[in-house]
Design a protein around this ligand. Structure first.
Ligand code: SF4
Ligand code: SF4
Length: 81
């Protein structure tokens, strides 16, 4: 799965520097996650670190981007060799 940031994001910038894949950046209105770069932290951490630091719990699993752990691990290898 890739994760997704909801419209309720308050642009606090807590998540962006924590992402090990540099998948998070400021979008037009709120922070956004680039699905091709989000491994749900597979390869780095046991749990999605952006979710851990978000003070208002506005980061969710994107229902349009469901992936298996194997797919996420493959993405990790592609990103980091
Ligand atoms: S789950 Fe991990 S890889 Fe995905 S956006 Fe959050 S911090 Fe980055
Ligand atoms: S931590 Fe949560 S509220 Fe803050 S910028 Fe990231 S998604 Fe938005």
């Amino acid at each position: 799965m890739a994760l997704k940031i909801l419209d309720s994001c308050i642009n606090c910038d807590m998540c962006d520097p924590e992402c090990p894949n540099e998948a998070i950046s400021m979008g037009q209105k709120i922070y956004e996650i680039e699905p091709d770069k989000c491994t749900e932290c597979v390869g780095h951490y046991d749990n999605p670190t952006c979710v851990s630091v978000c003070p208002i719990n506005c980061i969710i699993v994107d229902p349009d981007n469901i992936e298996t752990v194997d797919q996420l691990a493959e993405k990790f290898v592609k990103l980091h060799g």
